[in-house]
Design a protein around this ligand. Structure first.
Ligand SMILES: [Zn+2]
Length: 281
């Protein structure tokens, strides 16, 4: 065969392969898009942005910031453990429903000043999600110095409150820092666990991607018994029927996904983590 025809054949083959590849890719994209739509539209699917929107519709518009509701009133609290962009998405969703809440950020893990600025401008309260004792490996002196340094970063958003981060993989409880020191002397007005009377407020936490799961809430302890809640619909129904008058709802924004891939990823990751938490208990 003359070399020219050989080259022509190669070109034809490559073009054909490109076409088939593009066609397959388009099919895949369409398939994923359909799956994502199913996730978004399926009201049975829990821990989606859609479900969170329904929850916001049940709580109703209002100021649920921690600082303003410590002694009376309900609280919406977010621990931003992993994703600042997810927090921003949730903050926008809340602002759209005229809801104000509190967001706690880790340093440096979720400390994205630009995103925090935007969340603050939407009207939400900004706070510090501290883990100083973990970072200092139980050295109280080092921990308090680190705390002061990181807490100073939050002045920019007029932060008044803090909230401990509970890492299930470490042996320390970050709240223990306040057995030795007084946070009020450092300009902190309240700590999300220590300053609330949990006998007077209903606490709901999505820790472990299950509402009020005692087993996976290794360190998310309040001292009072958690109500049994099977899913978000049940919580929504309780709020709508006014069975729950005063509440503190803790959510982790990265758990609430409409994208089917992230939703599945988060589900698998949480299942694995829950098994891990049970093993170290
Ligand atoms: Zn946390």
């Amino acid at each position: 065969m003359p070399s020219e025809s050989c080259e022509n054949l190669q070109v034809i083959r490559k073009t054909y392969e490109k076409l088939v590849f593009g066609w397959e890719l388009a099919l895949k994209k369409k398939k994923y898009k359909n799956e994502a739509n199913v996730a978004t539209n399926n009201t049975k699917m829990d821990y989606t942005q859609k479900k969170y929107t329904e929850l916001m519709e049940a709580t109703g518009r209002g100021d649920y910031r921690l600082m303003n509701n410590i002694s009376k009133g309900s609280i919406l609290r977010h621990d931003v453990d992993k994703s600042c962009s997810k927090a921003l998405k949730m903050a926008k969703l809340e602002a759209g429903k005229k809801v104000k809440s509190t967001y706690y950020f880790r340093v440096p893990k979720t400390f994205d000043a630009e995103a925090i600025d935007e969340i603050y401008r939407l009207g939400h309260e900004i706070g510090y999600h501290y883990e100083a004792l973990d970072k200092a490996k139980g050295d109280y002196k080092k921990a308090i110095e680190l705390f002061k340094k990181e807490w100073a970063l939050f002045k920019r958003w007029k932060a008044k409150t803090i909230c401990m981060h509970g890492n299930p993989l470490t042996k320390w409880d970050n709240r223990d820092l306040w057995k030795k020191y007084d946070f009020k002397k450092l300009g902190v007005q309240a700590e999300a666990y220590l300053s609330l009377d949990f006998n007077k407020i209903n606490y709901f936490t999505d820790t472990g991607r299950k509402w009020n799961d005692e087993k996976s809430s290794a360190k998310d302890k309040t001292g009072s018994k958690l109500a049994k809640i099977n899913n978000t619909d049940e919580l929504i129904s309780k709020i709508r029927k006014k069975e729950v008058k005063r509440f503190c709802i803790l959510t982790h924004p990265e758990r609430w996904n409409d994208d089917i891939h992230l939703w599945v990823k988060e589900l698998v990751w949480q299942k694995a983590k829950n098994v891990g938490k049970r093993m170290i208990k």
